[in-house]
Design a protein around this ligand. Structure first.
Ligand SMILES: Nc1nc2c(ncn2[C@@H]2O[C@H](COP(=O)(O)OP(=O)(O)OP(=O)(O)O)[C@@H](O)[C@H]2O)c(=O)[nH]1
Ligand SMILES: [Mg+2]
Length: 293
């Protein structure tokens, strides 16, 4: 079987699963509606009943927890449905920094270092990018930035928690203008925490280089020539003058794969593990989930 057919066959096997998930979701929504009615009925009964032990027993039924569980399940199913409905097979590459992940993706697709930056100096890939094939448009990128809230919550707060740095900054000005709290003495000489603290310093020291991007609407469309300055940490000749990546949550790159037969594959390029200092396990799990779907 040709590669195109093999990829299509996997995608076709996956689609009916999205339908099945939809059925389960609808059932759960009906269940939630029925429980809501039961709950209303309970309140009606409570106002009429005089038997105190029966009233007590009725009050004890915990519909709230059941409803919360159902909503959580619906959210998880929604995510799964999204994955099974995709029109591409997503393949991610995970590994430590400078092992050739980006270069491997270049070889697989025939793309160049302008779309998938690689580098022979230090850590190169700065953010996760998903690379899609579309022969009908000019190659370009769509960049999603963190905003003030998500940047503080998802990027900065975990450093403050894991490194026990005290109260987390509640706005960008506080983060930028106040000096970083010192690393607690318990962590002195510890490699992992020390490296994490260096990463946090990178956000703090270079704040002025990327902070305006936290206020621009997402996604921002960029030309192929600009991709590197949003996803990489250095220029092709190794100059570490790029800081945009610190404000970037994700980049979607659309281009024309020279190997058209793998067009229905989307590739996920990731920063090397150990590079961002935090959230590696979480990132790994997310990427594996993408690959398995
Ligand atoms: N000779 C040779 N060089 C390679 C090979 N794979 C990667 N390289 C080079 O090794 C260097 C690092 O490769 P990258 O693809 O940037 O590594 P990475 O794993 O993406 O690194 P990070 O983005 O920092 O995590 C680059 O200069 C690549 O061109 C290979 O198979 N042979
Ligand atoms: Mg890379």
């Amino acid at each position: 079987m040709k590669r195109t057919e093999q990829i299509s066959s996997i995608l076709n096997q996956r689609r009916p699963l999205a339908q099945q998930i939809q059925t389960v979701e609808t059932n759960l929504q009906n269940l939630a509606a029925t429980i809501q009615k039961l709950d209303e009925h309970r309140y009606n009964l409570l106002s009429k009943l005089e038997d105190s032990s029966a009233c007590g027993a009725l009050r004890e039924v915990d519909f709230t927890t059941i409803q919360e569980t159902i909503q959580r399940e619906i959210q998880s199913l929604d995510k799964l449905k999204g994955r099974f409905s995709r029109s591409t097979l997503n393949i991610g590459v995970v590994g430590r920094a400078r092992q050739g992940k980006s270069r491997l993706l270049q070889s697989l697709t025939g793309l160049s270092s302008s779309e998938i930056p690689d580098g022979d100096r230090q850590h190169c890939t700065g953010v996760r990018s998903t690379i899609h094939h579309n022969p009908d448009v000019e190659p370009c990128g769509d960049v999603w930035f963190y905003n003030e809230f998500s940047f503080l919550e998802e990027v900065i707060a975990p450093y403050y928690e894991k490194l026990k740095l005290g109260a987390k900054p509640t706005n960008l000005e506080t983060f930028a203008q106040q000096p970083l709290p010192a690393l607690p003495k318990d962590f002195a000489g510890r490699a992992v925490e020390g490296a994490m603290y260096e990463h946090l310093k990178r956000y703090h020291t270079n704040f002025d280089h990327y902070s305006t991007l936290l206020k621009v609407p997402s996604p921002r469309r960029i030309a192929k020539e600009q991709i590197r300055e949003y996803v990489a940490q250095d220029t092709t000749d190794g100059k570490r003058i790029y800081f945009n990546y610190l404000a970037v949550r994700e980049v979607k790159i659309t281009c024309n794969f020279p190997n058209q037969d793998v067009g229905q594959i989307a590739l996920v390029d990731m920063p090397g593990l150990g590079d961002t200092g935090i959230g590696d396990t979480e990132r790994l799990v997310k990427t594996l989930a993408r690959m398995l779907m």
